[in-house]
Design a protein around this ligand. Sequence first.
Ligand SMILES: Cc1ncc(C[n+]2csc(CCOP(=O)(O)OP(=O)(O)O)c2C)c(N)n1
Ligand SMILES: [Mg+2]
Length: 807
Amino acid sequence: MIASEQKAQRTDVDKLALLRELEKKVLWLASWTIHHANHLRENVDGVKVGGHQASSASLATIMTALYFDVLRPQDRVAVKPHASPIFHAIQYLFGRQTADKLKAFRGYKGAQSYPSRTKDVDDVDFSTGSVGLGVAQTLFSSLVQDYVRAHGWGLDRPQGRMIALVGDAELDEGNIFEAILEGWKQGVRNCWWIIDYNRQSLDAVIREGLWARYEGLFRGFGWDVVILKYGSLLQAAFAEPGGARLREWIDHCPNQLYSALVFQGGAAWRKRLLDDIGDQGEVTRIIEARSDAELARLMTNLAGHDLPSLLDVFGAVDHDRPTCFICYTIKGFGLPFAGHKDNHAGLMTPTQMEALRSAMNVRPGYEWDKFEGLALRADDIQAFLDRVPFVGRSHDRPRGAYIEVPGQLTVSIPPTISTQAGFGSLLNELAKDKSELADRLVTTSPDVTVSTNLGPWVNRRGLFARQAMADTFKSERIASTFAWEFSPKGQHIELGIAEMNLFILLSALGLSHAHNGERLLPIGTLYDPFIARGLDALNYACYQEARFILVATPSGITLAPEGGAHQSIGTPMIGIAQDGLAAFEPAYLDELSVVLAWALDYIQKDAESGMSERNWLRDGTGGSVYLRLSTRPIEQPRRDMTSELREAIIDGAYWFRRPGPNAEVIIAYTGALAPEAIEAVGLMAEDRRDVGLLAVTSADRLNAGWMAASRARDQGLVHARSHIERLLAEVPPHCGIVTVLDGHPATLAWLGAVHGHRVRSLGVEHFGQTGSIPDLYRHYGIDTNAIIAAAQAIAPGRPIRHLKALG
Ligand SMILES: Cc1ncc(C[n+]2csc(CCOP(=O)(O)OP(=O)(O)O)c2C)c(N)n1
Ligand SMILES: [Mg+2]
């Protein structure tokens, strides 16, 4: 053997020895962190917070191999929610997590139970917690990386692999299958899914033979599949005389029995093996040559806990094909409840923890010490840690350069138009524009591109695909309104009909600045009722501060011709309640134009800003934006867009008609019901004095500002006033408010609580009635008559003459 070979071999051995020590340390720290949170923290209130020691331990070896050897700084990882303590322990060893945060695990401002991009300090790539979402997002993030590079951006950075550490039960989530199908259509690559095949979920041991279903599934969609079943010890034993028999036994061992034996340990293994195959020749020697402890070690040596096997397999990948690794593991490996089917929320008792402490050579008082109890020298370990490729990742997250947004967007306003059609015109104008802004826009839609009015934009900017594809209808000269041409420069990503995929893709696009250092301005369109289909993915996108604009159209019962099944009632309430999402429902195109320009700037903001004095909103912090639009063409006002009006539209409301000093009633409306509200005010004028008309463009922002200003006053800032408080201060105390929108009435009902006015709230509470717009408005009581009737009820006085009998 020549000298350099000897040296290389020695370094390999050294690396393995180091990794083995680190694996132990990671398991110790993660277990101790959870134990500390449950048993030792001073302020624990008697409620066990769990922490999933078993679920974490399952991934300790795989994550050791990845983070200390395989990963490169540009790789991005979605960590299975319950492996959070392992992730934090690894980051702690890298010096990127603090002992204080670990000590406060699951506590106030402590390390998070599930890895969080926004709440954790140790550079989490994807927030996980709702199982299945982080997994799918890695697939879409690899697509986004391709999109960015195909557009010529970020080519000076190395390409990363998008990796998901997947719990085997996560694969029960339907969104994973939707993503795999979409990934196949889009030609996904640079994506690894590493399945922690511990054959346990939360409740139980999973079905036999699932791995074979997974294998077939992934292969069917063009993935490479690598099955890591047996570790190096077992493989060596299989090579011994009689080894084939042992292998046959273990290959046929049911999951339940295997788990039970793992839990019971060496003596149980011996008894069972001797009972089953002890009389079958040479295999007996394999069993008898080992002590109970050695036998247990052998029989639990699955590849997912075997560093040499993992390093070999991960290190051998030399292509960018999507790859699924099915890694056999044991839930709770290395801990006393390993394999027990009830171990999901199991916690080690103080006695068990003491046993682990002594096995790990950790002295009391040195539990958080990075190098305590390790067999190698601290200096050597530290030197190794300093050389780990992954630590080359910068401490600062990339942010992507800000893309300039003009104060005003170009659009010509016809006398009558719907907000949905207006949105199409705005994007069509942007598509014509030779600007950085237009180039950074990327649109996406789950098979409703044309019906949500993105057609003209797509005609101009094309669809994205890594390989160009012509529109055959065009080349065959068949007349069509829409060109459907794919190219690497295209700016629309067409998805199949899966709203989950839409939101997860928006989440990936909306984090491009942080993942690729290149900012994209994503706009996704869908039908408003189907927000509910992807709501959890939307919530997670917002939770991890992805930035995008969601345009939901059509909405409400105003989509009457589409039929009852597509109505949306609750979405305005989602707009109010969803954290990280500013919701608007403009009535007119000039309002929409103002809101869209604002939104394109707002989604790029990320300052640690306080509240603005004007509206008591944290506009400097930014967020995503939801626009609830309508297909109903309505007559447009002719007016100058003054800066005062623009500001009020963004803040959430303005007086379309100011109430006079003697007003008895005002009407507050949102969105497509503007014509009914205006008509009602006109018809009441003879019988009620000074009726005011409040146009509400964003119930969400009005409400948020009001809540924030109230809190500020509670804390002593006596002059804090929100936008809605200032507007309603003009309304005399005895005056009533009628609110109306095409959505749930509770959306605006709170307006009465601002200054204590009486309120009658009109809206839609029931679902599914078909009919024309007048039929439905009458049926649900949101037409002009209903508004007038409500005004009469809340502001009694002489009968309003135009009030017809309500049908
Ligand atoms: C969408 C969603 N539903 C339910 C849960 C609750 N839950 C957390 S972990 C888990 C089972 C996970 O099993 P697996 O993915 O196999 O991981 P393991 O615990 O085996 O490591 C469940 C049902 C969740 N976190 N998210
Ligand atoms: Mg599992």
